[in-house]
Design a protein around this ligand. Structure first.
Ligand SMILES: Nc1nc2c(ncn2[C@@H]2O[C@H](COP(=O)(O)OP(=O)(O)OP(=O)(O)O)[C@@H](O)[C@H]2O)c(=O)[nH]1
Ligand SMILES: [Mg+2]
Length: 441
């Protein structure tokens, strides 16, 4: 897999920095050269490679070190930042309004992966509790109807198509009408050769007729830097809202496709990583970079660099470990966690103690946090001080009062108990505070 191959060569390059006894100018230059080689081999655009490596070199060598940060950590942080900037800072998702019909129209040239991606998207939304439907508006390729119907059947998603029809726009309209109570209606369209005017015309006509919430361009990741050219051409012809890059498994040119499309400022929302319906991943730039760079070690180091910038005083730590740790404290910890708060720091840095705070998509975590806020607000002060007293009937009352489900309330209490147990264990370890591997106060 190319991304892994690119990743492993970037990682090998970084490892030199991690292991070197001293990080000096020569080593940084060597790192930059290794990076250039790895990126060029993965088909990343030369101009981009030059820009990226110049930025890394300049910042790694010239920037002043923040207090408490070694040159080594600084270089790693710079590499991580620059790579993240390179593919986009923030993850983007498709905006779907639950309870409404959201029509997504997939377009792209022949064989780019539209039909497969249609089914993957349906599966993706189905797993998130939304009601999807699939429409085959490809009247061009024989077999298109059966292909999508079978995919729909395999994941139990409603399907509409007209095997004998000649007018794709009419089929699309009928389908969208039929599925007016479905939340995510996915329109699979036909592909042609990229030069064909008729494809663009058909696309426009259909978009005018069904007014999709979003037109999604499916690009084949194996075409490398050409992907950016295609993205531009489609974008000029119609209102492309999002991009999905398919076939990023197995492709030797995946690095080129992703980086060049990202560089155009287009919104890549998912990547396809296999033929199966599950093989669709939200495109999260930072995670992608983490993976490219060999994950664990690097992320840990980057985190350490960031954490060093968060102030934790010895008093905070003592209070947290020795204190009562009520539900209200717990809630505060989660709020703080959004900013990489002390608890994560303390737990994460203790040798042999690797509890990870739940790390969902940031989005989900924030939704959960909002839910916990209303749940905790619906408790009485006694319950907040002493959650042990929350029995089944109290759970019911709290759920009703906060407009949540009983299982949400129970989940909150469970998380709280886990964390409280851990803090108690910490308290039991003698001399812990002295052993903490970071400076306090
Ligand atoms: N390895 C891999 N193969 C994929 C991926 N997505 C699609 N494919 C394969 O690519 C081929 C074309 O995919 P389709 O989904 O039929 O492409 P399409 O754009 O609908 O093609 P037309 O309808 O002919 O325009 C199929 O063999 C798929 O199995 C992916 O992410 N990884
Ligand atoms: Mg198709």
């Amino acid at each position: 897999m190319v991304l892994e191959k690119l990743g492993s060569s970037l990682y090998e390059a970084l490892k030199k920095v991690i292991r070197a006894p001293v990080v000096d100018r020569d080593l940084v230059k060597e790192l930059v050269r290794d990076f250039q080689r790895a990126l060029l081999q993965a088909d990343v655009n030369v101009q981009l490679v030059i820009e990226l490596s110049q930025n890394i070199e300049r910042r790694a060598l010239d920037e002043e070190l923040p207090p408490g940060i070694s040159r080594r950590e600084h270089v790693i942080k710079v590499v991580y930042n620059e790579l993240t900037k390179f593919v986009g800072e923030k993850p983007e998702t498709l905006a779907i309004q639950p309870g409404k019909q959201n029509t997504l129209m997939l377009v792209g040239i022949q064989g780019s992966g539209k039909t497969t991606t249609a089914a993957k998207l349906a599966r993706y939304f189905q797993k998130r509790g939304l009601k999807p439907a699939l429409i085959c508006a490809d009247t061009f390729r024989p077999g298109a109807y059966d292909q999508l119907r079978q995919l729909g059947d395999s994941i139990n998603v409603d399907f509409y198509g007209e095997p004998e029809a000649k007018e794709p726009t009419a089929v699309a309209q009928h389908g969208v009408e039929r599925f007016r109570y479905h939340e995510v209606v996915i329109l699979d369209t036909s592909g042609r050769h990229k030069e064909e005017r008729s494809l663009i015309k058909e696309m426009r006509e259909m978009a005018d007729a069904v007014q999709p919430q979003e037109i999604i361009l499916i690009l084949d990741g194996t075409i490398g830097q050409q992907a950016a050219v295609q993205a531009k051409a489609f974008d000029e012809a119609t209102d492309i809202g999002s991009i999905i890059v398919a076939k990023l498994d197995g492709s030797a040119r995946g690095g080129g496709a992703l980086s060049s499309v990202a560089a155009t400022g287009a919104h890549i929302k998912f990547i396809g990583t296999g033929e199966g319906v599950e093989e669709l991943e939200p495109f999260v730039p930072s995670r992608f970079i983490g993976r490219l760079l060999g994950m664990g070690d690097i992320e840990g180091l980057v985190r350490k660099v960031k954490e060093a910038e968060v102030e934790v005083t010895e008093k905070d730590v003592r209070a947290l470990i020795a204190g009562k740790f009520t539900l209200a404290d717990f809630y505060q910890q989660f709020e703080a966690m959004r900013k990489l708060g002390p608890l994560q720091k303390i737990l994460g840095m203790i040798p042999g103690f690797s509890y990870q705070l739940p790390e969902d998509d940031i989005d989900l975590a924030e939704k959960r946090l909002d839910r916990w806020r209303v749940i905790i607000l619906s408790m009485t002060p006694e319950e907040r001080e002493d959650p042990k007293i929350i029995n089944a009937s109290r759970v019911r009352r709290i759920a009703r009062g906060s407009g949540t489900e009983e299982r949400d309330v129970r989940e909150l209490i469970k998380q709280y108990n886990t964390m409280r147990r851990m803090l108690r264990q910490l308290r039991g370890r003698r001399g812990l505070l002295r052993r903490l591997p970071f400076k306090l106060g």
